[in-house]
Design a protein around this ligand. Structure first.
Ligand code: ADP
Ligand code: MG
Ligand code: ZN
Length: 491
């Protein structure tokens, strides 16, 4: 048990990618170069303008709820959250207070241990998620402040977690998973640079007796205005150190709101509990209670495959976590893998696990490298047929790694048929032990010093000798057979 144990709860604002804003028909468009382009009397807060609910936003919030296994209540209500600020001319934000559209839910993900390279399964329970409209954006320049209302009224889902996160690594892995999820669902672009995902971080430190009783500390701080995953990690580390210092001096950190200053890598106090905001929530009089009929929900169950399900499926296929995450995170690669696996089952090789792994290695290794190097989309030069052909030849020991690279080069230069490339370039691997044995014999005779080293126990020099054999066979020898023959002859 360490002396202090961090307790973290996150509030995440995700901007939905609906066509129009939450309560008016203005376009919901990111247009920083064109301020106040998409505005109307409602989203500029003019008296008498009435809200008109955007059903697309409701549907997207429900999709999120269904994806995390949350409860979608039959009725959900809108509330006014009152406060005064220059980015909010109406003086209130329409939000949801005690009847949110999404209740509970769970997000599952993996955390990488950077030291060992291993992965640990983790999850975070959600308290709720609700819909609300965004405020306008203030721009400060040369002593003046400007207001851009393009963002005013944009639809947000605010996702609130239980206080169950225990480290910056867990928090970062969790929000990365959320980003993947909302992108996969197609409900948000999740682009943090455009402010489409923003984090508030609540943190306190449990002392030893609270750790054993499970009680939460009596205070917590909320750090606002965190705009990237990296900053989230830094804000957490900063706050753990700051609170630890206070607790070690025998002080209790004050309950307060802090603002994260990205450029300074620190947070500063904004307001304490004494002057905490009283938002005077009350039911929004201009909107009806929203009834969600359960017959809407089965249709919404028709979701795309979720990242966590996709990940589990790949793990079951025997792929390693690094490759699994590449496929889940880069959907173009994942799709190519899936369609090649489909073709593999058409060729009735569905049970061949080695071939599955060969396809995965081929895609994430030499194919991805060639795509980057030649600045070409993978689909531009390689088809599912090609991928499967190459992987089959490789996993049946017909070609080696070097030949794989050569085949890919030929495909990039416009050739289409893998088997033709192999025969035209003489790429088929020689596995005939008689022919390879002769090469092994001559490498042994020509390298007496290395042979001596090997025999005195420095067995790793076998790599050098395999290399010599490969060279002598002009890259066509089967390195596995070379290794077997060398081991046998040097024993
Ligand atoms: P508020 O309504 O003031 O925003 P909530 O009780 O709804 O406060 O909690 C907001 C966030 O604070 C949630 O994410 C919750 O998990 C987190 N939280 C609550 N208590 C603690 C605590 N002691 N330490 C860290 N986070 C906490
Ligand atoms: Mg809050
Ligand atoms: Zn508007």
């Amino acid at each position: 048990m360490s002396k202090y144990q961090p307790i973290i709860g996150l509030e995440i604002h995700v901007q939905l990618n609906t066509t129009t804003k939450l309560f008016c028909r203005c376009l919901n468009e990111y247009a920083p170069e064109d301020p106040n382009k998409n505005i109307c009397p409602f989203c500029t807060g003019q008296p008498g303008a009435l809200p008109l609910l955007n059903k697309e936003a409701v549907k997207k919030a429900i999709q999120f709820g269904v994806a995390v296994g949350a409860k979608i209540p039959e009725r959900t209500r809108w509330d006014r959250k009152n406060y005064f600020y220059a980015d909010l001319p109406s003086g209130y934000q329409i939000s949801q207070y005690d009847n949110p559209i999404v209740e509970g839910g769970l997000v599952e993900f993996y955390i990488e241990d950077k030291e060992t390279g291993s992965y640990k399964k983790s999850s975070v329970e959600l308290t709720r998620a609700h819909l609300e409209s965004d405020a306008a954006k203030l721009l400060h320049s040369r002593g003046k402040t400007y207001v851009d209302f393009n963002r005013s009224g944009a639809p947000l889902v605010e996702i609130v977690t239980e206080p169950v996160i225990r480290s910056s690594a867990q928090a970062m892995a969790f929000v990365n998973e959320l980003q993947l999820l909302v992108r996969r669902l197609g409900i948000s672009d999740g682009d943090m640079e455009k402010g489409q995902m923003r984090f508030d971080c609540n943190l306190s430190l449990q002392n030893e007796s609270q750790q054993s009783s499970g009680d939460l500390p009596s205070y917590r701080t909320e750090t606002k205005n965190i705009n990237s995953v990296r900053s989230l990690g830094r804000a957490i580390e900063y706050e753990i150190i700051r609170q630890t210092k206070l607790l070690e001096k025998g002080e209790t950190p004050v309950q307060e709101t802090r603002g994260w200053k990205d450029d300074l890598n620190k947070s500063t106090s904004q307001r304490s509990k004494e002057d905490a905001m009283d938002y005077r929530y009350f039911p929004e009089p201009d909107l009806k209670i929203l009834e969600i009929s359960s017959s809407d929900i089965p249709e919404l169950n028709n979701l795309p495959q979720l990242p966590s399900d996709q990940r589990n499926q790949y793990i079951e296929m025997g792929l390693n976590m690094q490759i699994v995450n590449t496929f889940v995170g880069q959907s173009q690669l994942g799709d190519l893998f899936d369609s090649t696996i489909e073709l593999k089952s058409v060729r009735s090789e569905s049970k061949n696990k080695e071939l599955t792994i060969a396809i995965a290695n081929l895609l994430t290794g030499p194919v991805l490298a060639a795509s980057t190097k030649n600045e070409k989309d993978i689909e531009e030069f390689i088809t599912n047929e090609n991928l499967l052909d190459i992987a089959e030849l490789f996993s049946h020991d017909k070609i080696n790694n070097k030949a794989v690279v050569k085949i890919i080069d030929e495909l990039i230069s416009g050739k289409k048929d893998v088997k033709n490339i192999v025969s035209e370039n003489n790429l088929e691997q020689v596995s005939d032990t008689g022919a390879l044995g002769n090469i092994v014999d001559s490498v042994i005779t020509n390298n007496p010093k290395v042979v001596e080293e090997y025999k005195s126990g420095k067995v790793q020099v076998i790599g050098f000798m395999i290399g010599q054999c490969m060279k002598e066979s002009k890259g066509q020898g089967n390195p596995k057979i070379f290794k077997d023959l060398l081991t046998e002859k040097l024993a």
